[in-house]
Design a binder for this molecule. Structure first.
Ligand code: GDG
Length: 464
């Protein structure tokens, strides 16, 4: 078995916490790293006065991690700047929020180069290298420049934007060209793959051969060839299922039901991010309350939204918008005995979250643009098979391509959201069970280990 080197912006080694308290990605990558005696390399999350490239090696639960500190300027330009203020908004269709600062692009190039310089000496000839996400799109190129000829794969966790949007990015051609230094490029869904191919066809000299066995395509430019794969990430089904049946989840479910006091509960769980469609979700819920006074006092929406990227202005703005919208909705509709919207800016342990999902009749997951969306899958996995809830899912989440038996909605339309909630409230138990069984089959079969194996196979050069 070849040794695996995983490279990602941040490293999250196993913590040894109980079932359900480690994210699925960390669990899947840790298992693969453990089995191949691999290394997980990335930024430590810490700042240092001057970059030294000193690597801090640690071992936890059989996984070796190697992390480096970055300079404050690196963090500002590469992470807060190019990753979070340029690429993230642009790749999530928010050109209006994207900032195109040369300093950010310079910082991104510098950090991708520094990380390549630091990790290159750790790489041995037969290692397979798996680079993750939009923070590190140039890393493969920088490794090649240092003579690394190993197979290197890249997986994009977020969407690839439509070509007409990517065109707005200064230096988009170089960014794309650097992608061809990867042997494998993985996307979460066919939609993002198609946008990538649209860009290749309309803006580059590269050619695409889509006649291979997997139909996704091989992109060639000169001597370079990159295989495209679609490989949707899943959850750690077995572990999440166990967590959902554990004592913490059961107690959290009981407490939520007690607190609901007979009212129907709708749940949303999202990092507080403008891509997740939270204002639009609140407006759809408000539309329902405005048009259906008979529902007042009968239901409530619990929105859990732990703050994220608080240094970035657009995140401060979305938080202020939501504070004001939630205040308006509760001000208008609440009475002394009922609050229609419970809006919470803190996170919960994952096993407690599983209990909250289970107590909720409806999972309302309506991002405006999302690479995949794992909350949708967790919600389904946590349901009671005898009385499952209904998943309402945005058509713009990568997950919508797999979870076709959810109620699929356009998250921009308050009327469609209100109608979908009404339909979910009225759905018979028989229909709920049928839909849930079909959703579960996908979530169980295409779990995070399936995803990891699917990518690893392509990376090893085997047919997917
Ligand atoms: C990116 C892409 C893609 C949320 N609140 C709490 C909590 N969470 C956990 C959820 C879930 C995870 O965070 C969020 O994952 P998502 O997939 O929904 O979204 P992103 O963070 O934007 O992730 C996305 C993903 O990468 C993987 O490829 O699916 O499209 O944007 O697991 O449960 N966890 C805990 N408490 C909370 O309050 N413990």
């Amino acid at each position: 078995m070849n040794r695996l080197i995983v490279i990602s912006n941040r490293v999250s080694p196993p913590t040894g916490d109980g079932p359900g308290n480690q994210g699925g990605l960390a669990v899947a990558l840790s298992a693969a790293l453990r089995e191949s005696s691999g290394i997980w390399f990335g930024w430590s999350g810490e700042e240092t006065d001057a970059f030294t490239g000193h690597i801090n090696f640690q071992r936890s639960y059989g996984v070796t991690t190697a992390t480096v500190d970055l300079e404050a300027q690196d963090v500002e330009e590469y992470y807060n700047g190019y990753a979070n203020c340029t690429l993230w908004p642009l790749f999530h269709n928010r050109l209006d929020l994207a900032e195109f600062e040369r300093g950010f692009a310079g910082g991104y190039e510098r950090v991708n180069d520094r990380l390549a310089e630091t990790v290159a000496p750790l790489i041995e000839d037969s290692d397979l290298i798996w680079v993750h996400d939009y923070h590190l799109m140039l890393l493969g190129r920088n490794l090649r420049a240092r003579g690394v000829n190993n197979r290197i794969g890249f997986f994009l966790h977020i969407p690839w934007p439509p070509a007409r949007l990517l065109e707005s990015l200064p230096g988009h051609g170089e960014l794309f060209d650097a992608m061809l230094d990867y042997d494998v490029i993985g996307f979460q869904s066919e939609n993002w793959r198609d946008s990538f191919i649209e860009y290749v066809q309309g803006h580059t000299e590269a050619t695409i051969d889509q006649n291979g066995p997997d139909q996704n395509g091989i992109i060639s430019l000169g001597e370079r060839r990159a295989q495209i794969i679609v490989c949707p990430i899943g959850i750690d089904f077995a572990e999440f299922h166990e967590a959902a049946h554990g004592e913490v989840a059961r107690e959290s479910c009981r407490r939520m039901k007690r607190s609901a006091n007979g009212r129907t509960m709708i749940v949303g769980v999202d990092r507080l991010d403008y891509s997740k469609g939270l204002p639009e979700r609140f407006l759809g819920y408000e539309r329902l309350l405005a048009s259906r006074p008979d529902l007042h006092g009968q239901l409530f929406l619990l929105q859990i939204a732990p703050p994220s990227r608080e240094q970035v202005r657009s995140y401060q703005q979305i938080r202020a918008t939501l504070d004001s919208l939630s205040g308006r909705i509760n001000g208008e509709f609440a009475d002394a005995e009922w609050v229609p919207l419970r809006y919470i800016n803190k996170g919960y342990p994952r096993d407690a979250l599983a209990g909250i999902y289970r107590a909720s009749r409806i999972g309302l997951i309506t991002p405006l643009c999302d690479g995949m969306n794992l909350v949708a899958k967790e919600y389904v996995a946590a349901q009671d098979p005898e009385d499952p809830g209904v998943l309402i899912l945005s058509q713009f989440a990568g997950a919508a391509r797999q979870l076709t038996d959810a109620l699929i909605v356009n998250p921009h339309s308050p009327d469609e959201l209100a109608e979908a909630i009404d339909r979910a409230l009225r759905m018979s138990k028989k229909e709920r069970k049928e839909r849930w069984h079909s959703l579960m089959a996908n979530i169980r079969d295409e779990d995070v280990r399936w995803w990891q194996e699917c990518f690893a196979k392509a990376l090893a050069g085997s047919p997917v």
